[in-house]
Design a protein around this ligand. Structure first.
Ligand code: ASP
Length: 581
């Protein structure tokens, strides 16, 4: 092999006439009679190399047999490209390398798919040969952005005095709300480790241990039902701080996110607005609102009542959105949206529509009950040339359904500026939600989340009304991170466990270690965790986190490249004392 003097992205006019060596993959081969052009590629770029029959002294015929992805080592001289051949799209586009000699380092077999367009082949095929896909520009770019995000995070946090600490991967289950991945112990028969859903308890113990500020870029594992684009293992930027309140955490981590955007994609983010959970639900029908467009939800419960239309008269809540687009919504679209909200995944009973024409007149699905003035009262004056949709029923359900319709319409009608970033903090989440099926309370974040001080006294009497010191970071409708101020008082923590339905014994068995740590001087503390995969995807204007993970699982949780999960042999099972049914 010729030891490389440059990478395939390095050479410029300043290197003219130099004798250089490159190593790389054959990207393309173009035969032009007595001259053969080959684009040689490595991670850093592409350089055009030229085999000229008059200059190249080796076997010219063998060059014609070069194929895509062969690995070459070449030696040659840098020269100007012909004016007509200059390629302004690549940095090496003004030069080419005339080959004196080359070595075939490795001949590539015919490829399972061509490497110039990811859309040309099925995802599972690409995942099976992920190492080939990683050679493609798009994935390489994604992995490099991810690398920049690690570096930006580490340097920012380290400069702010955060200590990077690794916490165990073989741990004990923590109740983050999903199922654990379990690892059977060979030595302790019948006992299991759990892979961390997050290092939550450990990071709190690090605060008790006086570390003051902790972070870790850490793999977390959640055995959840597969939904598209959910990965069983994913990466968090996990952080915790002592002696802080909510504002301290938000300020520091808002700056972390701003710094990451600046360093990775050179985007300057404005200060992040803060809204409460309640406001988010009532205005956007979601606790992770996409605020890149307006179309806010309004409450018209009052203005709809008393006109003899039973459905609305009997509804707990009526809410609406007004769609203002240059192209008016057609009757056909209205029918499609009506069917869309009625599908079981959305679950609305129906969709009321009110068309406000540009001459000020109305046409609506409720004309029988509401006259011009009534409709004007519902939709407001500003709405000429628009269509308003109403959904009614249970408050939370109606808002969520309308929130989903809001997103669907914005997407269909191209109302979302894909280049825009709209981060915001959603604060003041409820501490608990009541699960009707199980007839018990669940933590909305996790059981270590502190209630607001002002709610502590009413916690037993009115759990549903308790507001948590918890916050989420949302960008463009994606939950990017979340955290809370934690409970650091043993009695309050015990009280929360009991509301969540843990007996004192269960609480002690599961969390005795944390409770006893709280006996020995636990500082007030709080923290946050960001989903790194999602953060980099959103930063790149993308939805799929798979494209930002070097070796992801497919949609059904399988790694089709290494073929896992896979069977293990009986000896291994015996050792672990496991019998398969
Ligand atoms: N452990 C939490 C999570 O993984 C984040 C936090 O509260 O810091 O969602």
């Amino acid at each position: 092999m010729f030891k490389r003097s440059h990478t395939c992205g390095d050479l410029r006019k300043s290197n003219l006439n130099q004798k250089i060596q490159l190593n790389g993959w054959v990207n393309t081969v173009r035969l032009h009679g007595q001259v053969i052009f080959v684009d040689l590629r490595d991670r850093y770029g592409i350089t055009q190399i030229v085999f000229d029959a008059d200059i190249y002294r080796g076997d010219f015929e063998s060059i014609k047999k070069l194929s895509m992805e062969d690995v070459l080592s070449i030696e040659g001289v840098v020269r100007h490209r012909d004016k007509s051949a200059v390629n302004p799209n690549i940095e090496t586009g003004e030069i080419e390398v005339v080959i004196a000699d080359y070595i075939m380092l490795n001949k590539a077999a015919p490829l399972p798919f061509v490497l110039n367009n990811r859309n040309n082949s099925e995802e599972d095929l690409r995942l099976k040969y992920r190492y080939l896909e990683l050679r493609m520009e798009e994935l390489k770019h994604n992995i490099l952005i991810r690398h920049k995000a690690y570096q930006a995070t580490r340097s920012y946090l380290s400069n702010k005095n955060f200590v990077e600490v690794e916490t165990p991967v073989l741990m004990k289950s923590t109740p983050e709300g999903a199922r654990d991945y379990l690892v059977p112990s060979r030595v302790h028969k019948g006992k299991f480790y759990a892979l961390p859903q997050s290092p939550q308890t450990f990071k709190q113990l690090l605060m008790v241990g006086g570390m003051d500020k902790y972070y870790q870029i850490v793999k977390c594992f959640r055995d959840e039902d597969l939904r598209s684009d959910r990965q069983p293992e994913f990466t968090q930027i996990d952080c915790e701080m002592s002696f802080v309140g909510q504002d301290d955490v938000l300020m520091l981590f808002e700056n972390l996110v701003k710094n990451t955007f600046k360093k990775c994609i050179n985007v300057t983010l404005e200060d992040f607005p803060k809204i409460t959970y309640q406001e988010a639900i009532e205005t956007y029908g979601s606790d992770k609102p996409d605020t890149r467009f307006e179309m806010k939800i309004f409450d018209c419960s009052e203005s709809c009542k008393g006109k003899g239309f039973k459905i609305l008269d009997d509804s707990e809540y009526v809410c609406g959105i007004t769609v203002n687009t240059s192209e008016p919504i057609t009757r056909k679209q209205i029918d499609q949206y009506t069917d869309w909200v009625k599908q079981p995944q959305i679950g609305a009973k129906g969709l009321i529509w009110i068309k406000h024409n540009n001459d000020g007149s109305f046409k609506s699905s409720i004309d029988k009950f509401y006259n011009h003035d009534d409709l004007l009262k519902i939709v407001g004056n500003f709405s000429e040339d628009s269509t308003t949709f109403l959904i009614s029923g249970n408050k939370m359900k109606s808002l969520t359904q309308l929130g989903q319709l809001r997103l669907k319409i914005a997407d269909d009608l191209g109302m979302i500026d894909e280049k825009k970033f709209c981060p915001l903090w959603v604060n003041d989440f409820p501490l608990f939600e009541f699960d009707e099926d199980e007839n018990k309370y669940h933590s909305i974040h996790h059981p270590f989340t502190s209630p607001k001080d002002k709610n502590i006294d009413t916690i037993e009497k009115e759990p549903s009304g308790v507001v948590a010191d918890a916050y989420d970071l949302v960008i463009n409708g994606n939950e990017i991170g979340g955290g809370s101020i934690r409970i650091h008082n043993r009695d309050l923590q015990n009280q929360i466990f009991s509301i969540l339905g843990f007996t004192p014994k269960e609480a002690k068995d599961q969390f005795g270690f944390l409770m006893s740590a709280f006996e020995y001087g636990a500082p007030p503390h709080g923290g946050i965790a960001f989903g790194l995969d999602r953060l980099v995807a959103v930063m790149n204007g993308d939805n799929s986190i798979r494209d930002y993970i070097a070796f992801p699982k497919n949609n059904s949780g399988r790694d089709v490249m290494i073929d896992s999960p896979s069977q293990i042999d009986n000896n291994q099972l015996d050792e672990l004392n496991i019998k398969l049914k």
